[in-house]
Design a protein around this ligand. Structure first.
Ligand code: AMP
Length: 121
């Protein structure tokens, strides 16, 4: 899949639409999800143009990969998530239910989140 420059996270990165920003550095940006599914629901996105986790893992530099995951860890620490536990999700493609085609990780916490998935039929 080629990268779509008009996806909503690309627009956020370019400052064309606002976000509820929490942290940013040269590698990544973290902001609150607009439609939170848990008391804490944060999205972390790399600055680079990567469609999903596979694209990011294949093409990003070691510095970008380290910078991105360190931001995920920093957000979790700053929100005091590790003590009680939390969940990270990277939805990918159609079966993964990915809506926005710019790689992102969801950080969810603040309550017991229950089973990872509904039971398969
Ligand atoms: P995914 O289904 O993994 O692609 O998740 C996309 C996420 O982006 C959803 O949880 C949406 O609620 C969230 N989202 C969509 N638009 C915005 C926005 N403008 N600001 C913050 N979060 C957004």
């Amino acid at each position: 899949m080629s990268y779509d420059d008009n996806n909503i996270f690309a627009k956020i990165l370019r400052g064309e639409i606002p976000c509820d920003k929490l942290y940013e550095d040269e590698y990544a940006l973290a902001f609150n999800d607009l439609y939170p599914k848990a008391p804490v629901h944060i999205l972390v996105i790399p600055r680079g143009k990567y469609t999903d986790i596979a694209d990011f893992s294949a093409r990003a530099s070691a510095e970008e990969i380290a910078g991105f995951w360190r931001m995920v860890a920093k957000v979790a620490e700053d929100k005091e998530l590790p003590g009680e536990g939390f969940r990270t999700i990277a939805n990918t493609g159609v079966n993964g239910g990915q809506e926005v085609p710019h790689f992102h990780v969801h950080l969810l916490g603040g309550q017991a989140l229950g089973p990872m998935l509904a039971q398969a039929a």
